[in-house]
Design a binder for this molecule. Structure first.
Ligand code: ADP
Length: 809
């Protein structure tokens, strides 16, 4: 950023409407963002993007009331600053918002608006050509600099003078000095204007000064004013150098605005809230101390945002508020059943838990932890529990919580905290999610003051227990929530998802009808998931599309819109407008039109048309997945190459598989490319595990690798309707593996007909829904011989039983 040379901003920029503060090139500002458009910009652009370019956004000062953002887009200021979002901190407490740290790069002019929602996207023209800036501020000016040169020299001198009056031990002053030495002079007006005391109005004037001369002309008086003010203060108060800094920099950030001090107001109102929050004395003391620190901190310090969040949290905590539990087990059962289809085991356990709590009012039970793939209703059950108890429901995402005391807090009552109940706190172990919001750890060590959480009912959710620290896991009762079968999903869709989505989109069943066949189609051709989240989204997309049709239909019926009379009639009596034929029925054609071509057309059988491909089953925290294993061979020196997203254990399985096949090559008549008895002789093998979303590791791919290689070495095709899982040993035994239920459900989803499992996993089949069990053919194998026999049409007999196989290639 120092030289800024060569920065070229994209010609289309998403715009952040900045309600507070004016970002100038070269400065870094913290923005708190909570209006709908800005939130969308952060979640859909900043948190989703992966390139540096996607972190560049346009910041447009917006002096209008932020509330207006929900309505039509206000008239925008035409000049803004493109900036890089260097930090995004999200929090959902007390309400969802993000705090962005943005460093300004250069000015731009909005030349046209491309879209207004979900966030504003504009065509922009870059105004500052940074590469032209060459004069380092320490160099002198050249003869042909003219007026600009003169202005810039004056400005530089004034800045040096100001610097001389400040306390160099203050970090911000030291930074000021560094910038003054290193930046091209052309950048100084922006940088200095953002560091000295200027009002937002003045900063806006600097932003609007597109020509450099104008910029120097506007900022020079601000700089001089600061110098004069300092001189005056020095004289009148005879200040010591040490306390000077307080005049210039404290309390609050360097760019503190003297005239219309929004931030001052902000901290003042925060202070009021701190006093009014009814905190116990100890908490009040800590809060006031933090508030004092906050006032002294420059806004651009990352710590500022953290301290601010901390204080907001302290103020919001219900120090003396509580809800009363109203627990009626029968009502709870009805509510849970009404809201959720299936999930019998989970619902039963939750009711037991609630019943025990009703009988025994102490809350010292275990923390419940629902573990399962996304979209299987974990959060939703949590919400229902809160509803049954008549409690408030809060959701906090936690990463890095290590101990149960981190959740419950330490023995707070011992330290004399007030007894407080503040409802259910719902905790989501969102470890895996890279976009995971950083939310303040709701812990004693975060609060640093006693806050009694003993009356809070904690429920945790996680995709896998693997990421939960053992100390914490130990204190929790884990309830597995497995994925759903196709049939269960259809039921959930028709009982819950479709009615909910219809309601959310203002539609009625008389307007939109999704037949079961189409739901089936959405489930198997447009989604591939253990839960129902994508399914819900797809139904939402259908509702949106239909809502548009319905709305259009009401305004202008196509049939007789041509006659003026009818049009008037329609305008005057909208109810009389004939809607398009109702209900709109979503058939295959409509699905294709709304959702696009099916995403999962590739049938398993199509993939298995070459020797050297086998279908495995993997378990991931997101549920079971089918996993193709592909192998090819070429002339070489017996090398094995492995590619795809796989871990060490899987590599070991590959070596084991090859060793076993080589050892048994004669029995099974496996050969190399030219028919020699060692499959690896003069041959390189390449094994590929096509990348899925999640890195797969674990021993359960062993049987699949063996089958895939046996197919490659024999030239025979693996049956197209079979999938398998199982660990192998060097001696060819098949050992049991985990996640059978999820894996079998994934195979079922993918249309597989036959599943090979380790013999010792037979008992796990009992957990499967009856219809899945009925529709699949299970082969339980104790050794690899059985696996191979089941994997190939007509079996995979040993040498004696097979006709002589010559070279296949
Ligand atoms: P999770 O927390 O497991 O990731 P959610 O609770 O957010 O999933 O569920 C996603 C959506 O699916 C919600 O709208 C939820 O109501 C719905 N849903 C999931 N399972 C069921 C079920 N068994 N019955 C009814 N709705 C369900």
């Amino acid at each position: 950023m120092a030289s800024g040379g060569g920065i070229q901003i994209p010609s289309r920029l998403p715009l952040l409407l900045a309600h507070e503060g004016v970002l100038l090139p070269g400065s870094t500002i913290r923005f708190s963002v909570d209006s709908p458009r800005n939130m969308q910009l952060v979640s859909q652009r900043l948190l989703k993007g992966t390139s540096l370019k996607s972190t560049i956004i346009g910041v447009i000062p917006n002096t209008r009331d932020p509330e207006q953002d929900t309505e039509d887009l206000p008239t925008l200021h035409t000049i803004g600053t493109a900036g890089i979002a260097v930090q995004v901190v999200g929090s959902n407490w007390p309400k969802p918002h993000y705090t962005l740290l943005i460093t300004g790069l250069c000015r731009f002019r909005v030349s046209g608006l491309l879209k207004e929602r979900p966030f504003v996207l504009a065509e922009v023209e870059q105004l500052d050509n940074l590469e032209q800036y060459t004069t380092s501020s320490t160099e002198g000016t050249t003869a042909d600099d003219g007026e600009l040169g003169e202005l810039s020299q004056k400005f530089h001198q004034a800045a040096v003078q100001l610097l001389g009056m400040l306390d160099m031990s203050v970090p911000a002053v030291a930074k000021f000095r560094r910038l003054l030495d290193s930046l091209p002079r052309e950048m100084l007006p922006d940088v200095v204007a953002s560091m000295i005391r200027t009002s937002n109005k003045e900063k806006l004037q600097v932003l609007d000064a597109v020509s450099l001369e104008e910029r120097f002309r506007r900022t020079l008086p601000m700089l001089t004013r600061q110098i004069e003010g300092l001189k005056l203060l020095k004289k009148s108060r005879k200040m010591t150098p040490g306390s000077e800094k307080r005049v210039c920099y404290g309390p609050g950030p360097l760019d503190r605005d003297e005239d219309s001090d929004d931030d001052g107001d902000d901290t003042a109102s925060l202070e009021k809230k701190v006093h009014g929050a009814n905190m116990p004395e100890a908490a009040l003391k800590v809060s006031l101390k933090e508030l004092k620190r906050l006032k002294k901190m420059p806004q651009s310090m990352p710590e500022y945002a953290l301290t601010r969040n901390y204080l907001d949290l302290m103020v919001e905590l219900p120090w003396s508020r509580s809800t009363k539990d109203c627990l009626d087990i029968r009502a709870a059962r009805v509510l849970l059943d009404n809201d959720h289809y299936a999930m019998e085991k989970l619902k039963r356990r939750v009711l037991e838990y609630l019943a025990v709590r009703q009988l025994k009012t102490s809350l010292k039970g275990p923390i419940l932890c629902f573990v399962g793939p996304p979209g299987v209703g974990k959060t939703s059950v949590g919400r229902s529990i809160a509803k049954t108890l008549g409690r408030e429901f809060h959701r906090i995402a936690l990463g890095g919580v290590c101990d149960q005391s981190d959740i419950r807090g330490h023995s707070c009552t011992a330290r004399g905290a007030a007894q407080i109940t503040f409802g259910n706190v719902f905790i989501n172990f969102n470890f895996k999610n890279p976009n995971c919001l950083y939310v303040p750890h709701f812990t004693d060590h975060y609060l640093n003051v006693a806050f009694d959480l003993s009356q809070v009912l904690f429920i945790a959710t996680a995709n896998t227990t693997a990421t939960i620290p053992p100390a914490l896991l130990d204190r929790m009762e884990v309830l597995q929530v497995p994925g759903y079968t196709q049939e269960e999903k259809v039921e959930i869709a028709h009982r819950h998802l479709i009615p909910n989505q219809l309601e959310q989109h203002g539609l009625t069943p008389q307007q939109l009808h999704i037949p079961q066949d189409s739901t089936q189609d959405i489930i198997c051709r447009y989604t591939r998931e253990a839960g129902v989240r994508s399914l819900e989204r797809k139904i939402g997309a259908i509702c949106r599309a239909v809502a548009v049709k319905v709305a259009e239909g009401h305004r202008l019926p196509e049939t007789d819109a041509s006659t003026l009379e009818t049009s008037l009639d329609v305008l005057m009596f909208p109810d009389k407008a004939a809607p398009p034929e109702m209900p709109i029925v979503i058939d295959q054609m409509a699905l294709k039109d709304i959702l696009g071509p099916p995403l999962f057309e590739l049938e398993v059988s199509e993939r298995l048309t070459l020797p050297g491909v086998a279908l495995g089953l993997a378990w991931t925290p997101l549920g079971g997945e089918i996993m193709f294993v592909e192998a090819s061979r070429m002339e070489g020196e017996g090398q094995l190459t492995l590619t795809g997203q796989l871990g060490d254990v899987m590599k070991e399985s590959a070596h084991l598989a090859i060793s076993w096949l080589r050892a048994n090559a004669k029995t099974y008549q496996l050969t190399n490319m030219v028919g020699a008895p060692d499959p690896l002789e003069g041959t390189d093998i390449h094994l590929h595990f096509p990348a899925g979303a999640v890195t797969k590791d674990g021993p359960s791919a062993g049987v699949t690798i063996v089958t895939c290689l046996a197919s490659l070495f024999s030239g025979r095709l693996v049956r197209s309707d079979i999938a398998m899982t199982g660990e192998i040993t060097l001696r060819g035994l098949v050992l049991p593996v985990g996640g059978i239920k999820d894996k079998v459900l994934a195979a079922h989803r993918a249309g597989v007909k036959r599943v090979i499992l380790p013999k010792r996993n037979e008992k796990d089949l009992e957990e499967l829904p009856a219809n899945v069990r009925a529709q699949l053919d299970f082969v339980t194998a104790g050794n690899l011989d059985e696996v191979l026999n089941a994997s190939f049409d007509g079996g995979f007999p040993g040498a004696q039983a097979r006709p002589h196989a010559s070279s296949k290639l």
